[in-house]
Design a protein around this ligand. Sequence first.
Ligand SMILES: Cc1ncc(COP(=O)(O)O)c(C=O)c1O
Length: 490
Amino acid sequence: MAIVVLNSATSGINTRTTLTERLTASDLPIRLDPTIRSQALRVHAALRTGILEGLLPAGLKLPSSRALAMQLGMGRNAVVAAYEHLLSDGLVETRQGAGTFVAAGLPAPQAAPSPPMPPVERPDRGAFALGRTHVEPAFLARLGAAVRRRIAGASLSDLDYGDPRGSAHLRQQIARFLAVHRGIRCDPACIVIVSGTQHGLRLCANALLSPGDPVWVEDPGYDAAKTALTAAGARLIPVSVDREGIDIAAGIGAAPHARAVYVTPSHQFPTGVTLSMRRRVALLDWAQRAGAWVFEDDYDSEFRYAGPPLTALAGLSAERVIYIGTFAKTLFPGLRLGYLVLPPSAVRPVLAERAAFDRFPQKFLQDAVADVIADGTVAAHLRRMRTRYAAARELLIEALPTASGGLLHPDAPDQGLHLIAYLAPEVDPGCAPWIRDRAGIVARLLSETRLIPGGREGFVLGFSGHTVADLRDGAARLGAATQEAAAVFP
Ligand SMILES: Cc1ncc(COP(=O)(O)O)c(C=O)c1O
């Protein structure tokens, strides 16, 4: 039997072409991949594909190694090695004195080739995209040097399986920071490093909630948190937000026995309101009575432009509150570093959950981040970024009303990296998607962050990590599109 070598540039088996005069139409179809340098591996890969795709059916006798080697112009050893490899794969079997045959009982080949992978969606990073930050090359150089030092100087234990809570050095630095800036006194033993807020929330929800458990969420609220909680099987109970933050009485009215609540008390996402002290006390009081967990997402407290922040909920009650911090805003989202501060009773279940996922997080980058916190690099970076982001915020506060002829009302609280530009009452809220498209911006609409429709409409605009020119340009386009909407859809 001779071998048909399929043209490697074509994919269909109907396009068989014989490459040498010696081959005939009754040949065995295989496709040799010229990019595989080893002859043995090239023959093995071609025969394996032929068998798995069903081109070489079960029971088919393969040519002798000598014949195949001659036909392919290769050394016989390469073909013998390929056959042995196929034998250990279980794809062929030998019969004493009879030769080598395609094995029986292999999985049936797929009828149709699998469809091409659709592109993986990434968040849109255009004008006013949320979650961007600015990072200076000098900062990256220092972080990079710290990573290199950590890896080059790794000890045996650094290379081994590690602590499921993450780097002890980073946990110490975080504990120190939280004590000074957020009024949270915690033992580093109760801190768990995670890959960001969403990962931390999901771990906690998996560990501490049961499928179907009711969980209060702020409405409007943060999509990624709702996604994580829903994925963990929670039943979301939307609770309205007013000028004092989440309405605790409304939550108790809707689901008094909820098992948890997700809140952004320092800077409600997206409205920006601060949870009043009265509501904080009411929330903790309810959580204590109901035995519910409070997931406190404190995502941007490092960026305050006036006055000190209120003490974190976790600073008021260490028993029911799980504090979730992130480096996505202070440094950059691509770092994928966040942390949980857990009440002692939650540590074991959360670590058991982590053990079932990824055992423990990688350590080198965490140690390096701890190094640049300890040597003051991060504090200096934060000081510079506060000034930069404050200027970006001011720019939008001034530009939006002017550009829109007074039809956009920016509401910028003293904290954070985004603001809301509310639509004036004279603009139909239903025009908001049209305005966004017309302006060519990627802002979330306030209505898109709500589970229960209603309330004012506005654009949630991120201002950090965008250039001054882009912010000016975006504000001009958004303002012009808003004026146009008011004129076209009176
Ligand atoms: C409300 C809120 N929490 C947390 C985060 C950070 O999430 P992560 O740490 O998963 O990147 C963001 C980012 O935009 C946010 O808006």
